[in-house]
Design a protein around this ligand. Structure first.
Ligand SMILES: [Zn+2]
Length: 330
């Protein structure tokens, strides 16, 4: 092949230049004298430079087959920025702590149950008042749950209430690995599904309330986007765990409501605990809470109905200045 032919080939097939570079360099060393030689050298240098550029291009493309190679490491940020793993999910954690402003809705929520001694009292008062509630259950909070606890799951669903997850054994989720998070939530779901028995069709176990309100953005994102749970917190903590009778609990609710919703138009998610709903505790508070919010024109709904009222407008799902909030991106 003559140099002219070689030059012609480079001009028409630049992508093959990498193959020919070494041959061209060797050939040039054996060339004759004169203008033709100089002209050809000049041409070859140009072609050599073009060849180097083409070789670099091929190297980048070729890196797809060589993970971890230099070319892969050198890949421009623009291409590595399109991360298929996060797939645009970042920043889209499903989470809420109220149903929005200008929505006179109230959610009654009970945590840490079911409790064999207290949950029947809660169910009795809910039936008496005709209210719906949401139970965030953590069945192994006091050790492995027995058949009596299991039977309460079916009863809660039979009475038309919502059942959601508060973890299997009430651990601090900020201290768990992803694997432990999966294991903990799966265990709870399996137990609840089994205990739902004849009412299993009513089960829609798709919300998680973190024990102690303890969670961070990364875990919230994982639980929401990978495991499919909506993170459900609250904006009105009754602090019934501090003790007190029904009157004390209701006074706390009134005080907090006045501070939280001074215009009396916004929604409330009220946090209570099954266990305190016993004699000497908060038993009897439900009818009083109903009367108070009825007078204000509120409707009682489940946590799921609450979230459905705000989920199209993310900002409306979050009430500012209330702990623990909604675990937003820092
Ligand atoms: Zn709890």
């Amino acid at each position: 092949m003559t140099r002219a032919q070689t030059a012609s080939m480079y001009a028409s097939e630049p992508s093959m230049s990498a193959t020919y570079d070494s041959n061209v360099e060797q050939d040039s060393g054996k060339s004759g004298n004169g203008c033709l030689f100089n002209f050809c050298c000049f041409l070859l240098i140009l072609l050599l430079l073009a060849g180097i550029a083409a070789a670099i291009t091929m190297g980048v493309d070729g890196s797809k087959e060589q993970p971890g190679g230099r070319a892969a490491a050198d890949r421009p940020a623009a291409s590595s920025g399109a991360n298929p793993v996060s797939g645009g999910k970042e920043g889209s954690v499903k989470s809420f702590n109220w149903c929005g402003s200008n929505k006179k809705k109230a959610v009654l929520s009970f945590d840490d149950g079911p409790s064999v001694t207290a949950t029947p009292n809660v169910l009795a008062d809910l039936k008496k008042t005709g209210l719906v509630a949401t139970f965030f259950v953590s069945p192994a909070v006091d050790g492995p749950p027995d058949s009596a606890k299991c039977a309460l799951i079916e009863r809660i669903l039979e009475d038309g209430h919502s059942l959601q997850s508060h973890s299997w054994d009430h651990q601090d989720f900020a201290n768990l690995t992803d694997v432990q998070v999966v294991d903990n939530l799966s265990r709870n779901k399996e137990w609840v599904t089994k205990c739902a028995g004849s009412q299993v069709d009513k089960l829609d176990f798709n919300m998680f309330r973190p024990p102690y309100g303890s969670l961070d953005y990364a875990r919230a994102q994982y639980i929401s986007n990978e495991l499919g749970y909506t993170i459900a917190t609250w904006n009105l903590e009754t602090e019934d765990f501090r003790g007190g009778l029904k009157e004390d609990i209701v006074e706390r609710i009134k005080d907090k409501y006045a501070q939280l919703i001074p215009d009396k138009q916004g929604s409330v998610i009220i946090l209570m605990h099954d266990k305190t709903y016993v004699e000497g505790g908060s038993i009897g508070a439900i009818p009083m809470i109903q009367r108070y919010f009825d007078r204000l024109g509120y409707e009682f709904i489940t946590a799921g109905e609450c979230y459905n009222k705000c989920d199209q407008y993310v900002d409306f799902c979050k009430m500012d200045g209330v702990w623990p909030g909604v675990f937003e991106q820092p």
